[in-house]
Design a binder for this molecule. Sequence first.
Ligand code: MRU
Length: 349
Amino acid sequence: MISPALVKYSVETIDWTPAGVVMIDQTRLPRETVYVTCRSYVEVADAIRTMIIRGAPAIGVAAAMGVAIGALQARDLEAEMPAICETLAKTRPTAVNLFWAIDRMRKLYESLRGQPLDAIRGRLVREAQQIKLEDIAINRAIGANGAPLVPDGKTVLTHCNAGALATAGFGTALGVIRAALEAGKKIDVFADETRPFLQGARLTAWELQQDGIETTLITDNMAGHFLKSGRIGCVVVGADRIAANGDVANKIGTYSVAVLAKENNIPFYVAAPISTLDLALVSGDQIPIEERSVAEVTHVQGVHVAPDGIRVANPAFDVTPNRYVTAIVTERGVARAPFEESLRALTGK
Ligand code: MRU
């Protein structure tokens, strides 16, 4: 059994401070390590929308802290609570952790009605801090459950950033990698660059480098080449929303990697907290997919690389059908097909 206390990570993603909600600005990494302070729920919502903070669990924590700061500053909390929750909920549509966290805060608020205002505010702030602490503990448990699945002496391929930066700390997919290393496995990482927002090149490569984890950056179109090479032992990715049948929404490009992994008989693991499950959705077809700006595709880091006026598509996520998913690693255990049964068993529903 891995002792979670032994497993280190060096990045602090988000924190509650007296000045406001402090976040590392992920749009400026890796060139600049800058922390921004969001001093109102509107600023927290802007930070989620503009991807200063991103990654499903991290935006859940940010939204909870946004509700808390909104509650602290509201003149008429009962009247303003719906707008606070709605503003935060409208920031991004795909990662269900956002709505899960807002719902948890709203339900707590409703259960506290009638208590003194200061007590309600204090309780909401503590709940948001609790959601952050729980997320770190959950990621450590995901790591402990996933580490035994990682083949020793091989390379792990990952897509996007499902690390400390995408969570309150430690990471989901990168948490599995960290825990496997802590267990003494000799592994290294291949990180897909993850066009168009470059979460792999900018964030995963940086985060793993900070911790001295051996990492090779590849462009997305190299994944098939390396999956065929015999070098990759498994793929581990995170998730933004998982339907009841085990279909997985994750960063655009995940589906292609999953198909290539199956073609080459390489296990494809999804590491995610229970809060990423959306069992109300029968299949991944029902998951809303965020469409982001044209400029993310026509420009690379501010440089225009496409002709003016070209039509552009920019879905931020895709859905990997459950048949490509070897297992879903959660804090409560590992689910395998048939996922309708195994996921419900883990949630007790
Ligand atoms: O658009 P992003 O950067 O928020 O997308 C993030 C991902 O797709 C991650 O893989 C997912 O949220 C899991 S993070 C633990």
